[in-house]
Unconditional design. Structure first.
Length: 134
C-alpha cells in the first residue's frame, strides 16, 4: 500500500477544491440566478443610475438567426435582448455561462442584467450609440 506523500496530498486537495468549486452551493429551496437553458432568464426593467435598462427574451425568426424586431443578424445574445435608454446593447453569452457586452467586453458578468449595469457604469453618462448592422 503506497504511503501518502506531500505531492499526492496536494494533488488530492487541488482535485477536491476544483470539484467543490464546480457546483454552486445553494441553500435548500434556493434557485440559481443564471439558468443553464436559454430562454429561462428573467426579464428586467429598472432605472439604474438614472438610465433605463431593460432585458427580455428575444424572438428569433427562422433558422438564420435574424432578429424578429430589427431584421438584423443577432445570435450572440443567446435569444436575449438588452436595452439602455431604448438602444439595444449587444450582449453575448460565453461558453462558461457568463455574459459580456460591446461596452464592457473584457469584464464578464453572471447575467444580462449585470451586463446592462456594467455598461451603464462604463458609459459614465455618455449615450449608447446603435451598433451598426452588417
Amino acid at each position: 500500500m503506497p504511503y501518502l506523500t506531500r505531492r499526492r496530498a496536494l494533488t488530492a486537495a487541488a482535485a477536491l477544491t476544483a470539484a467543490a468549486g464546480a457546483q454552486p452551493l445553494l441553500a435548500p429551496g434556493a434557485s440559481a440566478a443564471v439558468h443553464s437553458h436559454e430562454g429561462s432568464l428573467e426579464p428586467f426593467d429598472e432605472i439604474y443610475k438614472g438610465r433605463r435598462i431593460q432585458g427580455r427574451p428575444s424572438a428569433v425568426d427562422g433558422m438564420d438567426g435574424m432578429h424578429a424586431a430589427g431584421g438584423h443578424h443577432h445570435g450572440h445574445g443567446a435569444g436575449y435582448a438588452v436595452f439602455v435608454d431604448g438602444v439595444e446593447l449587444h450582449v453575448m453569452r460565453n461558453a462558461d455561462g457568463s455574459w459580456i457586452s460591446v461596452v464592457s467586453h473584457y469584464d464578464p458578468v453572471a447575467t444580462p442584467h449585470a451586463a446592462a449595469r456594467a455598461a451603464v457604469d462604463e458609459l459614465q453618462g455618455a449615450a449608447l450609440l446603435p451598433f451598426p448592422a452588417n
